[in-house]
Design a protein around this ligand. Structure first.
Ligand code: FAD
Length: 310
């Protein structure tokens, strides 16, 4: 069995695997797609101490760094079931889609999350070319430009407030007849001169010139009319979904499906830890996921050295 089995090969999982392997303990990492969300990212400018890099480049470096250590890498493997140990100190089991079963004294869950998409024409084509999902990451790229935020929940309204301080103008588009964000956020939003809120509106298409975004169309749901907005950026804020469906019933998840962890990264099951975007951590970022993965690995090691000698 593994001493530490990491499930998920994004920044959190890579950091966890490296920290575990550096303790000289038997470490494995199973990932559906090594690199995770980083593979879908272009410019990265907030990976501290590296002023600019690109997603695929960082993903390759993550994998190379893990390979520098004695880590059993199982790429293109999807986990479909977690069976926690029945007794404290017993072995946990992770079942893979291919039928294999992996056993480990500790498990670190780092299966990340995915942004909910609008699924409209142009969205995929202009992803990273004006269509963005993360205001902390890509906001500064739109300095002085016009953007839209899609979604009027807390994350959409927070994004609009954040972006209003950087860009020239923000159009916030909400499907419902009212915004769903907290009242204090809505008051803040209403006080900003360069934000326009459009409710009862369904975004129907992203437009571009072949290279980058030039605008969007939406349907006014009350009048059934079509409208166009000229702009350079679109931030889609209609939900970040954790990849934790396979963990239901095995460990405690929040109402949003995020893995509940304490400040050491431990889940509701002793010996099972978690890190990164799949957890209740408040901010979803590369450096934060890496820090959390390191924390989880050190906590797993701490747990292992307290187990009764075999
Ligand atoms: P992920 O990167 O999501 O990795 C999850 C891993 O788990 C993957 O290997 C996946 O294949 C695997 N996995 C999932 N389910 C299973 C399963 N059942 N079995 C096995 N493996 C599984 N952050 C920044 O800090 N700066 C940026 O500039 C930035 N830009 C971004 C741009 C885009 C377009 C996107 C989508 C995200 C961006 N982010 C950025 C966010 C950043 O990518 C994430 O915060 C970070 O990747 C989270 O790391 P993670 O390891 O928790 O999860």
């Amino acid at each position: 069995p593994f001493d530490v089995l990491v499930v998920g090969g994004g920044p959190a999982g890579a950091a966890a695997a490296i920290y575990a392997a550096r303790k000289g303990i038997r470490t494995g990492i199973a990932a559906e797609r090594f690199g995770g969300q980083v593979l879908d990212t272009m410019a990265i400018e907030n990976f501290i101490s590296v002023p600019h890099t690109e997603g695929p480049k960082l993903a390759a470096h993550l994998e190379q760094h893990v390979k520098d250590y004695d880590v059993d890498i199982m790429n293109l493997q999807r986990a479909e079931k977690l069976i926690p140990a029945r007794t404290e100190g017993g072995l946990h089991e992770v079942r893979l889609e291919n039928g294999a079963s992996l056993k480990a004294r500790t498990v670190i869950l780092s299966t990340g999350a995915r942004w909910r998409q609008m699924n409209v024409p142009g969205e995929d084509e202009y992803r990273n070319k004006g269509v963005a999902y993360c205001p902390h990451c890509d906001g500064p790229l739109f300095k002085g430009k016009r953007v839209a935020v899609i979604g009027g929940g807390n994350s959409g309204v927070e994004a609009a407030i954040d972006l209003a301080g950087i860009v020239a103008h923000v159009t916030l588009i909400e499907f419902d007849s009212d915004l769903r964000a907290d009242a204090v956020l809505q008051r803040k939003l209403a006080s900003l001169p360069n934000v326009k809120v459009i409710t009862s509106a369904l975004t129907t298409e992203v437009h571009g010139d072949g290279e980058k975004v030039t605008g969007l169309s939406y349907k006014d749901r009350n009048r059934d009319t079509r409208h166009d907005v000229d702009l350079e950026g679109i931030f889609v804020q209609i939900g970040l979904v954790p990849n934790t469906e396979w963990l239901k019933g095995a460990i405690a998840l929040s109402p949003r499906g995020e893995i509940e962890i304490d400040h050491r990264g431990e889940t509701s099951q002793p010996g099972i830890f978690a890190a990164g975007d799949a957890t209740t951590v408040p901010y979803k970022q590369i450096v934060i996921a890496m820090g959390a993965g390191s924390t989880a690995a050190l906590s797993a090691f701490d747990y292992l050295i307290r187990l009764a000698p075999a």
